[in-house]
Write a protein that binds this ligand. Sequence first.
Ligand code: NAP
Ligand code: G4F
Length: 361
Amino acid sequence: MTIEQNDDSEMEVNNNRALITGITGQDGSYLAEYLLSLGYEVHGIIRRASTFNTSRIDHILTDPHTPGTRLFLHYGDLADSEQLSNIIYNVQPQEIYHLAAQSHVRVSFDIPEYTGNISGLATTRILEMLRRSSRTIRFYQASSSELFGSSSPPQNEKTSFRPRSPYACAKAYAFSMTVNYREGYHLFATNGILFNHESPRRGEIFVTRKITQALARILAKKQEKIYLGNLEAKRDWGFAPEYVEAMWKILRNDEPQDFVIGTGQGHTVREFLESAFSYAGLDYEEYLEVDPRYFRPTEVDVVIADCTKARTKFGWNPKIQFDDLIKIMVDADMRASRLRPIGEGDEIIRKKFPDRWWKVD
Ligand code: NAP
Ligand code: G4F
């Protein structure tokens, strides 16, 4: 484990130094790997936990005493302004990717106050530090298609926000504060309004990963049923490694701006379930139980991205669409369940990403 001391004694001047909040999450782990592949020195904020929470980044961690180490971790929590301030002061990054959040929409209905603090107010904590100290740091805020809520698709940068959960309300506040600090204090502060993006590293309680993991466990005879909530909601699902590349590109513009990032295609949860099970030769209806505990008090029925701006400004054109994504995730979850993957997903990765920069599923 590489946990850096909270002093600046070992920091050297480096023009490519980034700080990532949420480095242990799906996106943070891919982004760290991507930035390392570009030659960056990467610093990540990690929470203290009673169990190891670095499984997604273990393969890129090295002992900090090893010459050439470029990945450093720092203990901190988004609720702790003082420590966030220490880390930013000591690391002196050129770029901050603020990805940490209580990111589960259903859970946000159970813990709305906490979600407001961590997924909303924490952005203000960081922006205030930047305003007071270093206005040249480029700042990326992880905004979400959940902001659009009940607004009709397709949604773009001009679509109204109609948030439908405590999570989305917290993210709407964070989005607006980012815009306000950009306009009021001339910070290089940007929002990436990312639509759902998934991968073998996706948290196991998000619906895509819940489905592909359950399918693999059913095939391995470790599970009999899958229990899900609303099957008719439509999402625009893309592949997470491509989305962290977009985060980096958003910070490369001459002027700070906000961008919508997605695939432009929408599919229902039922379609995801059907396609995953049929890839493995199974009929999902034989394994499905609907459990109302997974319904949400208010639901986002349909989000589909209009990415014209990102396509025009920096050539955003994702390689992975719905069917490919499912095969990639099913293959990886079969491997995780010690089954031989069907193989089409692995082949898609080999063909579409011959020089891929991420090294493990
Ligand atoms: P994720 O896998 O849930 O990761 C969340 C990260 O935040 C983890 O590293 C987590 O640490 C950290 N974190 C949570 N609470 C924290 C706290 N109080 N202090 C410090 N760190 C804390 O989320 P993700 O899918 O990578 O998403 C990254 C960001 O993009 C999130 O802000 C999410 O809301 C947003 N977003 C995601 C999507 C998507 O489809 N994935 C789409 C749009 C926007 P632990 O590992 O210790 O839990
Ligand atoms: O996978 P989900 O939990 O993702 P959701 O709510 O769209 O949020 C994710 O994407 C957002 C981007 O727009 C991020 F901002 C956010 O942080 C997160 O990463 O649910 C997708 C859909 C929902 O309509 C939900 O009601 O699947 C439906 N669903 C049906 N059964 C389920 C389940 N969702 C979960 N998590 N678990 C179920 O059993």
